[in-house]
Structure formats: C-alpha cells, structure tokens
Design a protein around this ligand. Structure first.
Ligand code: NAD
Length: 494
C-alpha cells in the first residue's frame, strides 16, 4: 500500500529499503540485529526501520575516519579540491531536492513545501558557503616582543576525527550545518542523526558519496543517544563533539567528554522572548509573532515562545494572534495547503499536552487551542496562553511545541527584566518602529541573536549560538569553521 497518495516513487523506494549504516564507504548492518521502528507522525503508523547501532559500530566508524584523516584522497588533497567536492555535494543536493524534501516531510511531519523551500535549499547553501572557506583557511605571522631574530607564526589544522550529533527538528539542515564546516576544515566525521528522524540524513550521505567524498571521510551510525551518542562522546579517538539538542543532553555530553577532554560545542535549547512595543507596525508584528512560535509546529530552538506585549496594544495583539492560530491549516505534510504538520512523535505530543495542562493547573488561561486534533497522528492545536505569571513551568521551560505564553508590560525595563529572566539565552525578537528603542533592547537582551522587525532563518554568514544555558560556541559563519580547527603556534629562533 502506498505510504501516501502522490508520493514520489523514488522517495518511496528509498524509505522502504532495509536501512543500513555508512562505515568506511560501505553500507553495513549494525553489529546487533536490533532495529528501531520509524513512525509516520501524521498517522502514528510504522513504515520502516533503522539499524540500531552500538559501541562496536562506533569503534568501526572511528577506525575508518582515523584512516581517512591523513589519507592521500582526503588529508593530502589541496584546499581547492576540497572546495570542489563540497560544491559537488551542493549541486547533487539541488538535483535531488524534491526527493529529499519528501523524505524529510514524511519522517519529521513538516509540510513538504517548507522542507523543499527552506530545509533542502539551506543544506545545499551551507555546503556552498563552506566550499568558499576551504581556500581561505590560514594562520598568521607574529612579531615577538623578546630580543633576537625569530620567525613566529600559527598554522590552522583540522581538529581530527569529529563526532556530530543532531536532533530531529531540522535533520537535514542540522546535518548541513555540521558536515559542511567540518569537511571544509579537513576533518573526518561520524554523524549520529536522531533516532526519530534518520532517513533524510542517510539519503544525504548516499548523495555525498555519489558526489565523490572518499571512503571513511563521512560515516553515519544510527541508533539511540544512550548507546551510540554516549559511545561517541566517550570515545578517545574522537577529538571533538559538535552537538545540537536539548540542554539536558548537552550537560550529559560535557560529562562524557571529560575522559579525553575532547572539545565540545553545544547548540542547545531556548525559551526565546518576543517584545512588542506600542509603536510597532501591527500588520507585521502580529503575524511575525504568530509564525515565530507556530512555524514547524513550534519545534524550533529559536521559537519565540514567550511574548511580552505593551499594555497599549495587548488586546489587539492577543486577538490578532488567536485569530491567526485558528486559521492556520493543520494537516499531514504532503497536503499542499498544510501550514502546520504534526508533532514529531507520541512522546513529543505528550510533552506538549502535559505542559499545557500544567499551565492550566497553575492558573493560566487558554486564549485559543490547547488540545489534540484529529483521529490519528500527533497533531496539536496552535495554542495561545494568557494570564500567566513568570514563575510558571510553561514560562520557564522549553515546551518545543506550538504554544505561546503571553504577558503584558507597562514599560520597557519591565519587558527587559522578564525577557532576561531565563536560564536560556538563544534568541530574541523585537518589534518597534523607534530606532533608539531597538538599540536599547538589542544592547540589553541577554541572548546570542536578536532580530528586529522580523528576519529569516539563520544565514550561513551570521554566527548563531546561545548565551547562558543555550550553548557553548557559535555555528555558521567563520566561527562555525573555527570550531573544527586547531591553532598551532610555531616559534623559530633564527
Ligand atoms: P535531544 O537532546 O533529546 O537529542 C539530540 C540528539 O542527542 C539525538 O540524536 C539523541 O539521540 C542524542 N542523545 C540523546 N542522549 C544522548 C547522550 N546521552 N549522549 C549523546 N547523545 C545523546 O534533543 P531533541 O529532542 O532531538 O531535539 C530538541 C532539542 O534540540 C531542543 O531542546 C531544541 O531547542 C534543541 N535544538 C537546538 C538548536 C540550536 O541551534 N540551538 C537547533 C535545533 C534544536
């Protein structure tokens, strides 16, 4: 039986295969015969399965990546040859964009049109952006202050074998954000996609091999965090972990990485504030704040989940967002008119429902939404909650669903105090038409990224990362490349 009406044959053929893992250029079965069911979030039905890797598979992948690191076909090629390979990866992604978007939409639940327009294009662009960096990696020469003729300089070198661990909300995009700079730097990689959404990453890896990446340069080990992820973070042969996921797991990774003090970069959770000032243009601020939380069904690290509205425009904003929430079409990702897909899993659906229930129990009021939709799958209504206080769990903790908590403020410093009163510090959004107000807020918000009067997804050229418990280090831009480079200082007495 077809997975859904109109599904592209090529995508269907891929998802129905027996999925293996990529180690040393070969598609291999895991050492254990255990499988992980893959569930369609739109109907709750299992449609395929993944290899459940373990420590032995990670060992094999690390051996392959270690061999490849200094190999003639990778470690010894010139920067321009690395650059060409990354461009080829980008081109092959573009060529197979429809199929990749179908796989992503089916596996994660997100609308096909957004997967195609945003996620797949973004991953191709990450490879192009970092292809440009391969030929610009360099050290510096320095003058030393002590007497004597010296020649002193630095060399930028790849960190080595790196472990890349990614979440389920933007599987392809997160894979691109990690693979592209790691490869540009000359590292070799072991990637562990989320056990919820590994399919698009497996297909991406096939395409990367087709583009010409030599064996062992990229390896994919599928499986659970507690087995594969933990084995990677503890592995002495892995010199760096680049992780995107929850703050809870980020802390576990730091502990596991202590064994060989491997380098760790962390892109973690968020509870991003949105501030709407009374002078903001309501025709952009209201839909901007609505889509800032509802896009991708709220499963976005940078989702604007706490909204602070000035008392003069509070009623108007809440009414506008509630109206939009009721009009957004919720449905399976493959339907053309779908704007919001299901939540990724039954676990995520329960998590979101439990948070909303806890808000009600603590005295919050549901202005719209607040419940499950449909007879099958993990659909949840876009939800707006008012009458909150800043100590409620729904305000303090990351829900990772389409749930917005709204509060009111009298003056700008009250808004800032509430916005900054969070363990997280990933992003913030500001809506105002006053330049001085915009600068004042930007300078005083305790977060890694601020957008004023709207903005798109993170740009490859702009560093992205969190303050406080939202992470360590920044991805994208030159900073993203530096995460995968060591700097060697050399001093010669002449
Ligand atoms: P998660 O932390 O549960 O899992 C992320 C990855 O870590 C998965 O591949 C998982 O299998 C693995 N993992 C789990 N336990 C592990 C362990 N002990 N050792 C090593 N790996 C382990 O996160 P999730 O539920 O997949 O994704 C949602 C979270 O990701 C949210 O908190 C969201 O904010 C965050 N996120 C952050 C960014 C960012 O750029 N800051 C981007 C996307 C998502």
């Amino acid at each position: 039986m077809a997975i859904h009406k109109g599904m592209m044959a090529k995508a269907e053929e891929f998802v129905r295969r027996e999925h293996k893992m990529l180690i040393d250029g070969h598609w291999v079965t895991a050492a254990s015969s255990d499988r992980i069911d893959v569930v369609n979030p739109a109907n709750g039905k299992v449609f395929t399965s993944l290899s459940s890797g373990d420590k032995g598979d990670v060992d094999r992948a690390v051996d392959a990546a270690t061999k490849a690191l200094k190999s003639d076909k990778w470690g010894k090629i010139t920067p321009i040859e690395r650059s060409k390979l990354l461009w080829k990866v980008a081109d092959i992604i573009d060529k197979n964009a429809d199929e990749l978007a179908e796989i992503e939409s089916l596996d994660n639940g997100k609308p096909y049109k957004f997967a195609r327009m945003n996620d797949v294009s973004a991953v191709a662009e990450s490879f192009r952006y970092y292809a440009g960096w391969c030929t610009k990696i360099c050290g510096k020469t320095m003058k030393l202050s002590r007497p004597g003729p010296h020649h002193a300089y630095t060399i930028a070198e790849p960190v080595g074998v790196v472990g890349l661990i990614i979440p389920w909300n933007f599987p392809l995009m997160m894979a691109g954000w990690k693979f592209a700079p790691a490869l540009a730097a000359g590292c070799t990689c072991i990637m562990k996609p989320s056990e919820e959404t590994s399919l698009s990453v497996l297909r991406l890896a096939e395409l990367m091999i087709e583009a010409g990446l030599p064996k062992g340069v990229i390896n994919i080990v599928t499986g659970y965090g507690a087995t594969v992820g933990k084995a990677m973070t503890e592995h002495k042969g892995i010199k760096k972990i680049a992780f995107t996921g929850s703050t809870r797991v980020g802390k576990e990774i730091v502990n596991s990485a202590l064994g060989n003090l491997k380098k760790v970069s962390l892109e973690l959770g968020g509870k991003s504030p949105v501030i709407i000032m009374p002078d903001a243009k309501m025709e952009t601020a209201v839909p901007g704040a609505a889509m800032g939380i509802f896009f991708n069904s709220g499963q976005v690290c940078a989702a604007g989940s706490r909204l602070y509205v000035h008392k003069k425009v509070y009623e108007q904003v809440v009414e506008g967002i509630c109206k939009m929430a009721t009009q957004l079409k919720v449905g399976p990702g493959y339907k053309e008119d779908t704007i919001l897909g299901p939540l990724v899993s039954a676990t995520q659906h329960k998590r979101v429902s439990d948070y909303v229930r806890s808000g009600i129990a603590e005295g919050a009021v549901i202005a719209t939404g607040g419940g499950h939709i449909g007879d099958e799958g993990y659909f949840y209504q876009p939800t707006v909650i008012t009458n909150i206080n800043e100590n409620m769990k729904i305000v303090k903790e990351e829900i990772f669903g389409p749930v917005l908590a709204v509060n009111i403020f009298d003056d700008i410093d009250e808004a800032l105090r509430m916005a900054n009163d969070s363990d997280y510090g990933l992003t913030a959004k500001v809506w105002t038409d006053n330049l001085s107000t915009a600068h004042y807020l930007v300078n005083n918000l305790d977060v890694g990224s601020v957008s004023v009067n709207g903005g798109g997804p993170p740009d490859n050229n702009m560093p992205f990362g969190g303050y406080k418990q939202s992470g360590w280090g920044q991805e994208l831009g030159e900073e993203g490349l530096r995460l995968f480079l060591n700097q060697k200082s050399v001093e010669m007495t002449l």
